[in-house]
Every structure is written in structure tokens, then in C-alpha cells.
Design a protein around this ligand. Structure first.
Ligand SMILES: O=C(O)C(=O)C[C@]1(C(=O)O)C=C[C@@H](O)C=C1
Length: 318
């Protein structure tokens, strides 16, 4: 078998590539840059890649809907690992450009929303020119500079990851561009289902859940499956299923591993109550924070309770 092949949002220098470098260095893996998240995930489904690395959540914008939607339907894939990357941007432009010359800024939509206040304060005239990734405009700028026609570009400056400044040999116009200096983006490595990564004691489980139609309290009943078993949720968001108005799919991250008794019981509860449950994997938490275990919800409590029930069922009510 050759080296593992990773599909990810390119070109070189994206935050996604930085996340990938933390998973597998370029000399032990094949990097397959793609133009969008959907193509990276499709590459795993078609067998063109073994894994995809995709952004799934940011501290500023919440869930990355392209990723959530691509994983919620289609050939099942699972999350194997998560990686957190700090996100700040550098504004780059052709040499000689001054801040006051900048009226059009190229940026990935997720980058733009993470720099809105900075842009309003420093470039009040600037409009957004959407880019397919954080480094796509850097590559265009380099090409245009080499061809001597930077003036024909559809933007005056671009927001790029700081690491891309050196990769593309560009001159920064402004550094540390961010509305939230501690912004993080969470990336996940996804692959075909197989063995579940072993429990570490600080794990996350991701799920997609549909609710029964027209049932008062269905959302509450779904949440209770977690609450009564002491399972904390770290993210829940609704996405339209897409076939009719009012039909929503819930994308959930829960603290714990599928082999934890409380998580297993909660997922069985979802299976009994909800028309559709997709398991998107159990994997180690990047921050290695173990969940708080509430009274009566440790593995031993479930095991003991089951043994007690078995005794009752066997007629031992003493
Ligand atoms: O990986 C990149 O650089 C991207 O352009 C993608 C992406 C994202 O989709 O969230 C990654 C990190 C930042 O949050 C902004 C954009």
C-alpha cells in the first residue's frame, strides 16, 4: 500500500492545509488539493482519496454548512480525528498599494465574516469579492504580478492566512487581521467507516438526527435522550433536510465515546425515538478535555443497574 492520500481545500497555504500538516507531513502522505469542501469529501467517496480534511466549525461563524450537509447525506463517512487551528489573516496586495487604495477585497466567505469589523474600521469603502479558498486570490495575484497585469485583477487586496504570505512571496499590507484575536477553526479528518478510533476518555461523538414529523415536544424528547444519561452536547444546529419546508436535520456533537455506557444508551434512545440517526464517528477531542461525569452516569453505574434489573427479572427481589 502507498502513502495515505488526503483531499483538502487548496491551493497550497490554506488553513485546511495547515490542519492537514498537523495530521500527516507531506513526506508521509499525498496531498490532493481540491477547489471546495464538497469535492474533497466526494474524492473519498469515489476512492480517489483515502481521507479528506475539512473545516467543520469556527468560533466566529459556527458550523461550516457545506461540510455538515455533505456529511449528513450520501455514502456514509465518519470523523476520525479533529484539529484546531488559530485563524488570523494578513491583507496582501500588489507592491505599492496603499490601504486607502483598497476598494475590493478578495476573501473566502468564512474569512470575510471573521474580519467584518476590521474591514469596516480600516477599509470602510471596501466590498467583498468572494474567493473559493483563502489562498486562491494569493495564487491569482502571483500569476498577475508575474504577467505584469495586476491592474486587471477583480480585487485590490486579499485576506490570506499569514503562512501563505511566504509561500506565495507576497508583501503584507496589514497583519493580524481578525475581529476576534482568539478565533479558532475546527477541522476534521473524515474517511470511510471501519474501526472506530479507540476511547481516550476525552472524546466526541458526532451524529445527524431527524425528528418525527408533527410531534409536539419531539425536539425536547430527543434532547432528553442525552440529558437523562448525563451526556453534554458541545454543538447542535439544524439544517434543512431540503424536501419540504419545516423539515430539519440536527447536526450534533456530544461529549463522550460510543463505547461509553451513557453514550451508547443515549444513541439507543435516539434509535428508538427518531426516524433517522446517522453515526458520524467517535474520535479524540483536540483539547483533550474529559467530560464531567454526573452522579449515577459513570459506566459502572449503568453496568450495576443492568445487573440489578437482571436479578429482578430472575425473581430475586430481595
Ligand atoms: O482553509 C482555508 O484556508 C479556507 O479557505 C477555509 C476556511 C473555512 O472554510 O472555514 C478555513 C478557515 C477559516 O475559518 C476560513 C476559511
Amino acid at each position: 500500500m502507498g502513502v495515505p492520500r488526503y483531499a483538502y481545500l487548496g491551493p497550497a497555504g490554506t488553513f485546511t492545509e495547515e490542519a492537514l500538516r498537523r495530521v500527516a507531513s507531506p513526506d508521509e502522505a499525498e496531498y490532493l488539493p481540491q477547489t471546495d469542501v464538497g469535492s474533497a469529501i466526494a474524492a473519498v467517496r469515489s476512492g480517489a482519496a483515502d481521507y479528506a480534511v475539512v473545516a467543520i466549525e469556527s468560533t466566529v461563524e459556527g458550523g461550516v454548512t457545506a461540510t455538515l450537509d455533505a456529511l449528513a447525506t450520501g455514502v456514509p463517512l465518519v470523523v476520525l480525528r479533529e484539529v484546531l487551528v488559530p485563524v488570523q489573516f494578513t491583507l496582501v496586495a500588489a507592491p505599492g498599494t496603499r490601504l486607502e487604495d483598497v476598494a475590493r477585497v478578495s476573501a473566502h466567505p468564512h474569512a470575510w465574516v471573521q474580519c467584518r469589523r476590521w474591514v469596516a474600521a480600516h477599509l470602510p469603502r471596501a466590498v467583498h469579492v468572494p474567493a473559493t479558498s483563502n489562498t486562491a486570490p494569493a495564487a491569482l495575484l502571483v500569476e498577475a504580478l508575474a504577467a505584469g497585469d495586476a491592474g486587471t485583477l477583480p480585487f485590490d487586496a486579499a485576506l490570506v492566512p499569514p503562512g501563505a504570505v511566504a509561500t506565495y512571496g507576497l508583501a503584507p499590507l496589514a497583519d493580524s487581521v481578525a475581529d476576534n484575536a482568539s478565533a479558532l477553526t475546527r477541522f476534521v479528518v473524515v474517511g470511510p467507516p471501519g474501526e472506530v478510533p479507540p476511547r481516550t476518555g476525552a472524546d466526541k461523538t458526532s451524529l445527524v438526527v431527524h425528528l418525527p414529523d408533527n410531534e409536539a415536544g419531539a425536539l425536547l424528547a430527543m434532547l432528553e435522550q442525552f440529558a437523562v444519561r448525563g451526556v453534554n452536547l458541545s454543538r447542535i444546529e439544524s439544517r434543512p433536510i431540503g424536501d419540504a419546508l419545516g423539515r430539519y436535520s440536527f447536526s450534533i456533537d456530544a461529549e463522550g465515546h460510543i463505547t461509553d455506557e451513557r453514550m451508547g444508551e443515549a444513541i439507543m434512545g435516539l434509535h428508538r425515538r427518531c426516524p433517522y440517526v446517522r453515526f458520524l464517528g467517535s474520535y479524540p477531542r483536540a483539547d483533550a478535555v474529559a467530560p464531567t461525569v454526573h452522579v449515577g452516569t459513570a459506566d459502572a453505574d449503568f453496568v450495576e443497574a443492568r445487573a440489578w434489573l437482571a436479578r429482578l427479572r430472575a425473581g430475586d427481589a430481595s
